[in-house]
Every structure is written in structure tokens, then in C-alpha cells.
Design a protein around this ligand. Sequence first.
Ligand code: NAD
Ligand code: 6OD
Length: 491
Amino acid sequence: MQVKEKILQKIQPINCRHFIDGQYADSINLKTFDNINPATEEVMGQVAEGGKEEVDLAVAAARKALKGPWKDLSARERSSILRKIGDLILDRVEELATLESMDTGKPYQMALEIDIPRAAYNFHFFADYLTSMGTEAYQQDQAALHYSIRRPVGVVGMINPWNLPLLLLTWKLAPCLAAGNTAVMKPAEWTPMSATVLAEICKEAGVPDGVINLVHGFGPDSAGSAITEHPDVDAVTFTGETKTGSAIMKAAAPTLKKLSYELGGKNPNIIFADSDLDEVIETTLKSSFMNQGEVCLCGSRIYVERPVYDEFLEKFVAETNKLQVGDPFEEGTKVGAVISKEHYTRVNGYIELAKEEGGKILTGGTRPEGVDKGFYILPTIISGLGPHARCVKEEIFGPVVTVLPFDTEEEVIEQANDTHYGLGTTIWTNDLRRAHRVAHQIEVGIIWVNTWYLRDLRTPFGGMKQSGIGREGGMHSFDFYSELSNITIKL
Ligand code: NAD
Ligand code: 6OD
């Protein structure tokens, strides 16, 4: 039997219910919506549709739990619960990877090797970090001793996107729990399954009832806005589109919630002629098309120094054409389906727009041949666009990249910065001084030189301009998920 059949026989899609105060629950009015598999377009199951009433119950449970046994646990006890959650995720890696792939359309292998192990690592990392943290202390001559303490922020609302569902949810939940908070989470409506399993895992690992709560549903006028407007939610961490970030800021303003934002990007991938082109192409295939290009950090604007522009394009197109596109469970698949019919239409709309803007589709731009069902788009490379074309400036968030030549360092820095986004960049060069010089001038929060998406969870992660507010990672996560109070003792 093929590996694919074996996996799909063993693991079936699940129906998704809320998880409130330690129990799975339906919506009060029993309302549900369809969960659609983007690779087959079939309805896989039903998802409870939550709204204000379910969020009220979840927030009440989270508030109560703030005063319960959770607050009295020592750092070591909390750390060992976090470690156990990570271990249990790894015990169920195949099941979670299968559900994640069914929900998102991403290759099963990617979910198995990246998404789910990283979700476990998020818990392992913050379990360790929690027990090794200190706080500041200053002695002011013989006059006073000042020291700070960290306390939980309170109830944290977590609103999540669909592209890396469990990876990004746990990237927030692990430090949130490490800092002693309680949580009300809302996964994206397209990808509810892994979060539903995570709730059970947290309970099994010893997280007390009410500490984590999960409400499924939509964004505006639904579970999402009920969280952001709720007066008893103290902070909201949001990952998603920039324009949704604005709506959430407005909704959170009356109750002055603490906010952390990881938003959209249109990241420049800058290739100087002195770089090693084979290495560049190997990584650029990933930074362009990994997860169908649905990673906020994807380098979708490629700038190539003119002396190697033609050679780069020829090799890049040839290697892109070798990527296996199709069934996420087929061995060797590198590019699966995009998330939904709406997104499929939106990405294809940009491909049409690129043609109208004078772009040349060097490869892709269509569905794979002979595949009738599923939201598949071939990896698409577009050249011939000017620096101000909409396809060069707007986030497409699909398997589509634009390639432009440049002549000088100054010119490429100016073009790279000519955007409202400021999330990430990759700079390819073997000139050490240029690497530093350019890195210091690109207006983004995350800069990779001669690599891409190489993560160390201690480092500050987040965007500038309209790509985000605040940083998470290591101590920066604790800065968001805790309140610092300073105590001064007169000596
Ligand atoms: P989205 O903004 O449409 O939705 C994200 C979440 O917000 C969903 O759970 C949705 O239901 C909810 N939501 C939508 N409107 C809301 C509202 N008015 N009030 C409350 N909640 C609301 O984003 P998406 O399409 O799920 O994700 C793709 C986007 O996310 C891209 O722009 C991508 O760049 C960005 N992203 C950024 C990062 C990062 O780290 N910077 C990471 C992943 C994704
Ligand atoms: O790796 C991470 O920690 C992270 N936050 C990745 C975000 C990817 C965006 O799609």
C-alpha cells in the first residue's frame, strides 16, 4: 500500500468544536460551517460557529482561571507542563501533520517536517526560557535599590491566520502560558483542526481548566471581533493582514488593549552579482514557493544585479519547472493547493493584472495540466514589470514572484524600501562590507544574509512600517505577555 493511502486510512478529518473551561462545546445555537479541503474542494467536516456568546463564556472562564491554581504554580511546574505539551505534539506528529495538510492544502511532508515539529519546539523553547529568566535590579548608590517584577498581563486574545496554523498559534500560546496568562484563541476559519487537537493536548499535559479556551468562527461581526471588543480581554496578539490589523486596532481602542501585530509583507530578495548563484537558486525556490508562497516572509520581489540577471532567470525558471505541484499527500510534492476558492481567484487576478501591467509570465500562470479539482496554481515567475507596478508593490501571498534587474546598490535599496511594508529581506552577496551596509539600510525587521527563514527563537521577530507592531521571540515575547512593575526600596 502507498504511504499516502496508509496515512489517509489511519487519520480522518475531525469535526471542530469550541473548547471552553476545559470541555469541548458546541455553539449555543448549534450553528456550524463547512470545513473545505482546498486540495479536493470537498467538505471534510463541520466547524462550530462561535460569536459573542461563546466568546463571553470563554473570556469568563479565562478570567476565573487567572485566579485559580495556574497562578500558584512555580516556574518549574509551569515549565514542565509546557514541556509535556511539546512532547505530546511530537507523539501525535503524523496525525497533526495530516490534519494541517488537509486544512491548508500544504504538502504533508512540509507539515510533518516543519510546521508540527516547530509547534512542539515553541513549547520546548519557552519551557526552558521560563526557568532561566531574570529581571533587572539597580542599586542607586546608598540611596535605594530598584528592582522589577514581571506579572501576567491577564486574559490574552489570540487571532490567528491560516498559513502556518499550529506553528503560529503555538508561537504565541507558549510564551503566553509561560508568563502565567490565560488565553482565548481563535484560529482562522479555514484551518480549525490542529487547534482543536491542541486543546485536548494541553488538558492532557496538565493545563488547568479555563487557562486555554478556543472559539471557532469568523472575523468581523463574529468570534474575532467579539474577542477584540471584549472589555475583559487585556491584550490581543494578532497575525494576519495589515488591513485586518487596522480594524482590530479600532475595535480594541475603547478598552485600550495591549496589542502585538505580525502583519503582511512584500519582501525584497536582493541578489548581487558576486553571490553563488546555485546557492541563491536553491534557497530562492523555497523563499518564493514554500507553502505555495503563503508565508509572510516569502521573498516575492526578486531584484537581480544586471550582470547575472539573464543567467539567474534561465536557471531559476528551469529549477522552478522541476517542482512537483499537486496532491499534498503524494510523495515528492513541493507545492500544494492555495487555501480557498476566494484566495485562488485573488491570486489569479494578480496574474491577469501583471499581464495588463506589461509583465511577461516566464513560467506558470495557470493550473497544472489535467488537474480539475483543487485550488492549484503553478509557481509563477513574472518579469518585465516596472518598480511601481501593483504586482510589485502589493502582497499577493501566493506562488507568484516578480523579478526585476538593478544596476546599483543605491537603486536597489531605494526600490526595496519603496513600500508600506517592512517585514523581511534576504540579501545575497559575498562582499562582507556590502552585506552590512545594505542590511543597515533596508527598512525591515528581519534581515537574512545569504539565507532565508533561518530562525533562532531568542531573536526579535516582527515587522516595521505596516508589517507589524512590536517584536516577539525570547525576552521580547515576555515583554508583551507580562507587565513589568518597578519596586524602589529606600536604603
Ligand atoms: P486575515 O487578516 O484575513 O485573518 C487573520 C485572522 O483574523 C483570522 O482568524 C480572521 O478570522 C481574523 N479576522 C479577520 N477580520 C477580523 C476582524 N475584523 N476582527 C477580528 N478578527 C478578524 O489574514 P489571513 O488571510 O488569515 O492571513 C494572511 C495574512 O497574514 C497575510 O497578509 C500574511 O502576510 C499575514 N501573516 C503575517 C505573519 C507575520 O508574522 N508577519 C505571519 C503569517 C501571516
Ligand atoms: O517562524 C516564526 O516564528 C514565525 N512567526 C513565522 C511567520 C511566518 C509567516 O507566515
